[in-house]
Design a binder for this molecule. Structure first.
Ligand code: SF4
Length: 207
């Protein structure tokens, strides 16, 4: 809610207002709104003075100062009990990524990290196996030499060699300024086009 108090944004600033049918759980609502108010500091350089709850009957305001110390304590305690929260990595790609509003953020981070999911044809299971063998990025996979120490619990070595070759093509393409490169696959008997029947003479009849 725009208010007249000056901030880094100009002669105005914002306060947080939530609409609810009824006040319900007051403590949870106030903590929730204070978290938003705290997040506003990064945008307007100013902690809002008030937070608002608008119910079906009326609008009630609360002074942020009165609750912020407790909210910061709750926040600190939460992260203290969950040390991995801050260090957690974005989830592996899932079908929902195609419609997710965070897609750009996740995609950017994966590209920055040269994430294994960038290798075409890579699946979650293979990423897990590769990581267990110390291969964490597309570049590392492109240069990997599969020795006897490379242990896999699932899949075949041919599968990992195929992924390595794919990573190599992508890595070289990147090095050459994103030119579209390709590698010809060996013709396999009874695979791909070899599965098609032999050609036979065709006769067309026009009526
Ligand atoms: S884009 Fe969305 S669904 Fe996909 S990993 Fe990121 S947050 Fe999860």
């Amino acid at each position: 809610m725009k208010v007249d108090k000056p901030s880094a944004l100009g002669s105005f600033s914002y306060e947080v207002l939530a609409t609810q049918w009824a006040m319900g759980n007051r403590a949870a609502t106030l903590i929730h709104l204070c978290m938003y108010a705290d997040a506003l500091v990064g945008l307007q350089g100013l902690l809002p003075e008030l937070i608002w709850v608008k119910t079906a009957e009326h609008a009630i305001s609360y002074r942020v100062d009165a609750y912020m110390s407790y909210v910061r304590y709750v926040k600190k305690r939460f992260f203290g009990r969950c040390p991995k929260c801050r260090a957690s990595y974005l989830p592996e790609p899932v079908p929902h990524c195609d419609v997710c509003t965070w897609w750009e953020v996740c995609n950017e981070q994966r590209r920055r990290d040269d994430h294994l999911s960038l290798v075409a044809g890579m699946r979650k299971m293979e990423m897990k196996e590769l990581k267990a063998n110390g291969v964490e990025t597309l570049k590392q996979l492109a240069y990997v030499h599969f020795t006897a120490n490379f242990r896999i619990a699932t899949g075949t070595m041919q599968l990992y060699e195929k992924l390595r070759d794919q990573a190599k093509v992508q890595w070289r393409s990147r090095q050459s300024g994103n030119r579209l490169l390709y590698a010809l696959l060996k013709v396999q008997p009874d695979q791909g086009f070899r599965k098609l029947p032999e050609h036979m003479p065709m006769t067309f009849t026009w009526s």
